[in-house]
Design a protein around this ligand. Structure first.
Ligand SMILES: [Zn+2]
Length: 213
């Protein structure tokens, strides 16, 4: 079976190396693949946690867009392989116009959220690591919930209210070592003990890598 998961354009990384700079490119086919597999009922990797994203996309395709970056970047001395941002141009005038033009030239619209993925990582990563990275970024688009866990809908649009979500768990190993696991770390440990929900079969079905039996 051929690889059917989206791969970055082959010239992106070469061109970036030539220019000794990071190059970016729209990843329209990646968005289509994510919608089909993660955000559609019955999709191989469908996760109801993201149904609110699907609902927003169903109403307005400009809600989300994807881009490839030719290589990882460094932030807080860590390698960043993916990034989810709420698209905001703070400056006005020509700076804002130029940034908005870039989005329109790439996608035909200005997205509400933009997920950027390291192309060089994706070129070499296995299917599970690739899917894990994509889903990590999707989880950064959070939905507002009330005390009972029900989704809060906007009075204005009638759609789920969303925000850029922080990680569920952020802790230093040294702190856990010295002081023990807090509630969130304990939850993570419990979940990590279970076998992963997504099977190799699911991954093979939408990424196209042969299963080794
Ligand atoms: Zn993250």
């Amino acid at each position: 079976m051929d690889q059917i998961r989206p791969f970055p354009p082959t010239d992106l990384i070469d061109q970036a190396e030539e220019e000794d700079a990071i190059r970016l490119a729209p990843a329209v086919e990646l968005k289509d693949w994510v919608i089909k597999n993660f955000l559609t009922l019955g999709g191989e990797l469908h996760n109801p946690d993201h149904d609110h994203i699907a609902e927003l996309l169903h109403d307005d395709e400009t809600f989300l867009a994807f881009a490839w970056a030719s290589s990882a970047c460094m932030a807080k001395k860590r390698m960043v392989l993916g990034q989810c941002e709420k698209v905001m141009f703070n400056q006005g005038g020509w700076k804002k116009a130029r940034q908005e033009q870039q989005m329109r030239d790439w996608f035909g619209y200005i997205p509400v959220y933009l997920i950027t993925i390291d192309a060089s990582f994706c070129e070499n990563s296995n299917d599970r690591d690739f899917c894990t990275l994509i889903e990590h970024e999707l989880y950064h688009i959070g939905v507002e919930r009330d005390e009972d866990g029900e989704i809060i809908y906007s009075d204005h649009t009638g759609l789920p209210k969303h925000h850029l979500a922080a990680h569920d768990v952020e802790e230093f190993i040294g702190v856990v070592k010295r002081w023990g696991a807090n509630e969130n770390v304990q939850r993570l440990v419990e979940v990590a003990k279970q076998a992963p929900f997504v099977s190799e079969k699911n991954i093979a079905a939408c990424c196209g890598t042969c299963l080794i039996n």
